[in-house]
Design a binder for this molecule. Structure first.
Ligand code: FAD
Length: 550
């Protein structure tokens, strides 16, 4: 279905057997790789199979609590066995954080319960590694209401429509060109705006809108959107081929993460790497396009993995530290846990966590204002101070959910502060960060990456610094992205770079040469991964190019 109309599209013969691609929000062509509506499951199984095939040891139920580091060098992590409560120090030449997103900072999120941002937090707590762009938080338009479980953008990609309380389709009124397939930040804002105008459907849990996929038909839904069918069946008790799905935007993706360079390494803490949603690897900027995590996890996994292997191969990266450094790191974490278990504090960790999630949802969400953010920062600081006096009812050191909530909540509140404080400081709107009191994007002053540091354990706020971006090195300098009025403050170098890019496009027909001219970054890839990529219409005939690609 395209724009409510049935359209027949025939896949080319040559495409059979290749990874399938489809339409997703904000994209101009079919570029989102997918496996029905279970892409993540398919990927997990492939990785799981390969791990078993290569006999890679996996240490289950082990949670990293802190990084071991000294003088700007990371030496591994202190890890807690979630069953026995025992702490172990993993000493390593290279340590990689790949702990996913931090959606659980919010009350309503599509993220799994493990996405609490603990990997982000342990990097932050070193004081030596920075987190980048933490205020950039993506909200997905179609979390099922009220639980927030995701129904995939594939529903709209396949032709599903958003409707209001009176059954009217409203997105074409706001976004005539891209309609339901505008980018996620735009659709989420439009939905909230439409609800605020009084068009939301009422329920005992609050107001929501509808996602209508009935027009796709039962066969398509049960085959191509099988998980959507099951989620609706089991969590809402409805059949999406016959009824509309109640939806409202929910937190979905953490664009910010451990700041890395192109190889996935922290530029300030040697031996620390990060990949995937936990990293700020610059794949997404302030506005991730749906489907780009497949690219990020697969491509970063490959490149960063290779770089880590290279790093470990080099003898100058051998670990040579006194055992005392490791012992101290272990003792510090042991003391922290003992303080929670027997310190006699009076604060309730669960209540603090819930309050943090309420604040983040109400004041650091889709629409932000200076006044709300100031209040959020103040309250979160109070929560952080209170979290230093958490007391537990159960003093069991092993399986103890209360203890786990306690130490995670202390870390999560710090992380929430990096989001709220970064958002307060950024007095402009950019991608998913929308300031109602500063609605314009301001490239002249804000085309820069936020870095958040937690310098001392006793601090109640992160320290923010900024890294400018180089317009002169961009293939696509920041411009108008096709939504709303062309109302933004341009960076002083944009016009010159734009002219350079256009001249290069006129001059150079060969796409590889154009790429080398506009994005001369091939040297940043491991040699094995350099070379040409193949397209259906451009098979690699040149033997050298093929060898390079292999
Ligand atoms: C519902 C949903 C649907 C999505 N659909 C798509 C899609 O169609 N296409 C797309 O491109 N992207 C999609 N995304 C985004 C994408 O799934 C994620 O960005 C991606 O899975 C992140 O992968 P990761 O490897 O970085 O982290 P994860 O897959 O989240 O893995 C992190 C792992 O780290 C572990 N961990 C966490 N903390 C610790 C700790 N302290 N110690 C030890 N281990 C820890 C966790 O248990 C987990 O196993 C979707 C996201 C959601 C929530």
């Amino acid at each position: 279905m395209i724009n409510g109309q049935k359209v027949r599209i025939t896949e080319r013969e040559q495409a059979h057997g290749l990874v399938a691609q489809r339409d997703f929000g904000g994209t101009k062509k079919w570029r989102t790789c997918y496996v029905a509506d279970g892409t993540g499951h398919a990927m997990l199984q492939a990785v799981g199979d390969q791990t078993i095939a290569a006999s890679i040891p996996v240490h289950e139920r082990m949670e990293a609590l802190a990084l071991i580091h000294e003088a700007g060098r990371c030496y591994g992590a202190v890890v807690r066995n979630l069953v026995s409560g025992e702490l172990t120090a993993y000493v390593a030449k290279a340590t990689a954080i790949a702990t996913g997103g931090a959606g659980r900072l919010y009350r309503v999120t599509t993220n799994a319960v493990i996405c609490e941002g603990i990997g982000h937090a342990i990097a932050l707590e070193t004081g030596a590694a920075a987190l980048g762009n933490m205020e950039a938080v993506q909200f997905h338009p179609t979390g099922i209401f009220p639980a927030g479980i995701l129904v995939t953008e594939g529903c709209r990609g396949d032709g599903g429509l958003l409707k209001d309380a009176s059954g009217q389709r409203f997105m074409p009124d706001y976004e005539p060109e891209k309609k339901e397939l505008a980018s996620r930040d735009v659709v989420s804002r439009r939905m909230e705006e439409h609800i605020a105008k009084g068009h939301g459907a009422k329920s005992r849990f609050g107001e929501h809108l509808w996602l209508d996929i009935t027009l796709l038909g039962e066969h398509h839904i049960k085959h191509n959107l099988r998980e959507v069918y099951e989620i609706c069946h089991y969590f809402l008790g409805l059949d999406p081929s016959k009824e509309m799905i109640p939806v409202r935007p929910a937190q979905h993706y953490t664009m910010g993460g451990v700041r890395t360079d192109a190889s996935g390494a922290s530029p300030t803490l040697k031996g620390l790497f990060a990949a995937g949603e936990a990293a700020c690897w610059d794949m997404h900027g302030f506005n991730r396009l749906g489907g780009n995590s497949v690219a990020e996890t697969v491509v970063a996994g490959m490149i960063v993995g290779e770089r880590i292997a290279d790093f470990c191969d080099r003898s100058d990266n051998d670990v040579a530290i006194a055992t005392g450094v490791v012992r101290e790191a272990l003792a510090r974490e042991q003391a922290r846990l003992a303080g929670l278990l027997t310190g006699g504090g009076s604060e309730d960790a669960g209540a603090l966590k819930q309050r943090m999630q309420e604040i983040m949802t109400a004041r650091v969400g889709i629409f932000r204002t200076g006044a709300d953010l100031e209040q959020a920062v103040d309250e979160l600081r109070q929560l952080l101070i209170r979290s230093r006096s958490i007391g537990l009812r159960s003093s069991s050191p092993g399986v103890n959910p209360e203890l786990v909530t306690a130490y995670r909540t202390q870390k999560m509140i710090k992380l929430a502060l990096t989001v709220a404080y970064g958002a307060l400081a950024r007095t402009e709107s950019r991608g998913a960060h929308f300031r109602q009191d500063h609605p314009r994007r301001n490239d002249a002053e804000w085309l820069k990456r936020t870095l958040a540091w937690w310098k001392n354990d006793a601090d109640t706020l992160p320290t923010l610094t900024y890294e400018p971006l180089e317009v002169a090195k961009m293939e696509l300098p920041p411009g108008w992205r096709g939504y709303g009025a062309k109302d933004y403050v341009e960076h002083p170098h944009t016009a010159a770079r734009q002219a350079e890019v256009e001249a290069a496009r006129q001059r150079i027909a060969d796409r590889y040469q154009l790429q080398r001219t506009l994005m001369p970054y091939e040297h940043l890839l491991p040699p094995r991964l350099r070379g040409r990529n193949e397209r259906i219409d451009e098979p690699l005939t040149d033997a050298t190019a093929r060898r390079a690609a292999e």
